[in-house]
Write a protein that binds this ligand. Sequence first.
Ligand code: GDP
Ligand code: MG
Length: 597
Amino acid sequence: MEKIRNFCIIAHIDHGKSTLADRLLDFTGSVTEREKQDQLLDNMDLERERGITIKSHAIQMDYVHNGEKYVLNLIDTPGHVDFSYEVSRSIAACEGALLVVDAAQSIQAQTISNLYLALENDLEIIPVLNKVDLPSANPEEVTDDIVDLLGCKPEEVIQASAKTGVGIEEILTAIIERVPAPKGNPDESLQALVFDSVYNPFRGVETYFRVVNGEIKKGQKIKFVATGKSYFADEIGTLKLTQHPKNKISTGDVGYLITGIKDAREVKVGDTITDSADPTKNPIGGFEDVKPMVFAGIYPVDTEDFEDLRSSMEKLQLNDASLVFTPESSAALGFGFRCGFLGMLHMEIIQERLEREFDMTVITTVPNVSYHAYTTKGDIDPIIVNNPTDLPDPSTIDRVEEPYIKATIITKADFVGNVMSLCIEKRGQIVNQTYLTTERVELIFDMPLAEIVFDFYDRLKTVSKGYASFDYSPIGMRPSKLVRVDILLNAQPVDALSALVHFDNAYHIGKKMCEKLKELIPRQQFDIPIQAAIGSKIISRETIKALRKDVTAKCYGGDISRKRKLLEKQKKGKKRMRQVGNVEIPQQAFMAVLKLN
Ligand code: GDP
Ligand code: MG
């Protein structure tokens, strides 16, 4: 145990986390030249065919230092805020962290948010100044930034280049000398922290764990505390580039477990694995059932594909437990599903996987966050509003609450004004403003999560000319003045176009939506009125003018064989359009509210 070091690498995106991990593997001889080649190929095929990655999650390296053999477990952390709970569990499985900072970019929002997570878990932080080989590097300045941030000594910051290999040996020495060995008692009942899991269609769910106390043996009957379910440990082992089966994994060490579980929902990140016959009395703290943050409707373009969509979603859920869905129906779109996602990136991933892996053509409706509505009846439990149609009648609503986040933005001093205006427009309240250096400022806002869903990233990029990084964490529910803006086409409400918005923005958004829909909905042989309404009150109106005769005529002329080809092509690539009443609505229209500026 005293020869084990568990560590992770935390960094802002693109600061060199993956490259540094590769270099550490090289340097410790964890990959042979041949393996490197094979691995690259294998990795791609495996990823494509089985949807798993080998290198990430966790990898074990052997390293000899001062004549002593050490085992170094590098535990990977996901790089996006949508998966921040998983990041926190990976960090909880370590005793130390390499804090990688790009010598040209300096400290960014994710550097800081990850650092806070690491400090909350009492990790030993080893600062690494990466990319010192870059001509644009500012090693002295950025070292000062790091010293200010951590309160460490300048000599503690390791100058490195994951590209050229500078500093790699020094990093390994620091891991051994500065990161504490794991503590724990091998004689206690088994307590292992689940920090990740991967679905493998051939072998079932592979669970990655860190043993905190006791030991896990091959064949042992184990139990997951949160789910209460027991299984046999069919296979356990350590992870190098490939899996190395073992007979036992002891206190302090990291490994994988295969039990034949076929449903990802049975393995929860943050759960405790214990012995089924002698369960621990102290499950590891910090377990949370991750909750979806963003909801949207997913509908098949062809109503007949509903059952196919259902089976595709069920299969997706087998390997992505954070996806939730329930059937819903829309007057406009027919039968579909209300789906919950961890965030916007997660939503995009699911949409993409439905299309690529399951060949489903789907329409996604406007995403919204989850609101809590309390009616005047004085109910104690809120009505959970995951869908615009769930919002109770305004006359019966006492109050509504919406999820808030703490947003951290780091930008250049020149752009502070722009970023402030944007965040205030997005109903943000400034909590703190700190000059990290004379050039760089950290801004902290309390903001409604809903405002991040609506075109925030793009706007932030624009107003800061790309010089702003952003990260956030949830801080709970707060009161909100929420209304539903309905859209009527040809005087008919189209439920799938309704959006939940803050009252102060409702008129503006209603107007913009009408304008945007006018742009997006194809003209037809008749006028189409578009109206936005709150309850029975019309707040805005536009009209899509009918096509003129000669324009239609043009469509029918021309080479007949070319026309047939075109028709066939359209059939094949299923138009992402929905006929609602006598109006054709393209997919973009359902998302129009996201792109109003
Ligand atoms: P990650 O997002 O933190 O995993 O970053 P990557 O490891 O993918 O690196 C981002 C980019 O920076 C890649 O193009 C790397 O080749 C490059 N990079 C990483 N480390 C270095 C370094 O030390 N020097 C230079 N010049 N480029 C580097
Ligand atoms: Mg990476």
